[in-house]
Design a protein around this ligand. Sequence first.
Ligand code: X2X
Length: 343
Amino acid sequence: MTSLTRRTVLRTLAATPAIPLIGMPLIGMPHIARAAEIELKYGNNLPLSHPLNVRAAEAAEQIKAKTNGRVEIKIFPNNQLGGDTDMLSQVRNGGITFFTPSALVIATLVPVAAINAVGFAFADYDQVWKAMDGALGAHVRAAIAKVNLFAFEKMWDNGFRQMTTSGKPIETAKDMAGLKIRVPVSPLSIAMFKALEAAPASLQFSEVYSSLQTRIVDAQENPLPIIQVAKLYEVQKNCAVSNHIWDGFWFIANGRAWNALPADVKTIVSDAINEAGVKQRADIKGLNETVQADLQSKGLAFNKTNPDSFRAKLREAGFYKDWQARFGDEAWGLLEGAVGKLA
Ligand code: X2X
């Protein structure tokens, strides 16, 4: 983790014997850039304009300032380092230090992490943050720790997921029959859309725009701010405001790299990341109130759906019973404690 750049600086110093450099501060020396002692890479799957990247960049600035330049976080947005599955392996093997997978995606590794995404569980953000900042979130973070990843305390918001289509609008659960819909690489999403009798396909987010454009799939589901920043309105016609899943991002770190950081750096980093996460939640909440009008002006048509037909179909298909068994009674109890009885 100590960067090559530091070694390069030392080599440069050694190669300039005529000038007595030892003990001189590096600041203000025109021919030697001052490199951070600790460089940490952070990869994510979202465009730069998404609040996740805006707030992460602010946190990185703050961390650099508070550590007097010792720690630099380099952000690689927009799948620059590969898709979700690639970044998940990179954060596990230490190729990158930080990644922000959606709960749906980290669940391929830590199954219980998908619990917040159970269909039509959360009614609103009060319920969401009470649960995720409380016992349910703590339960998931403990499971993440078991695979040697560190999850920061405050989860970041993705949002309530909505469904868009290139064909006819989705009004009730009946309209899901046979719908070729892209979902994230997530067993829960696949199970849920199969229970609704759709034809879901798991694709990484990096492939969503092109798969809609080339009609490999006809539909996708994501929160409105993502539909906006990823320009999915260019390749979709209708949006059903279904709020079928609440989804968030866990800000995670490679466990070994995290534990190797000095204690004061850990405190500065986790304070900055958690504070940025709380601000990012407010950004998404604000966007939810304004983005629909913007998307409408760009040609996306909206309709509201009533959750009843969807819930009934999921119940009938045994979706809630199955996932209660998969998540286990403890986690399920924590979820129902937050949102009420589901099955
Ligand atoms: O892939 C998606 O749909 C996204 C961006 O919402 C996630 O990261 C799960």
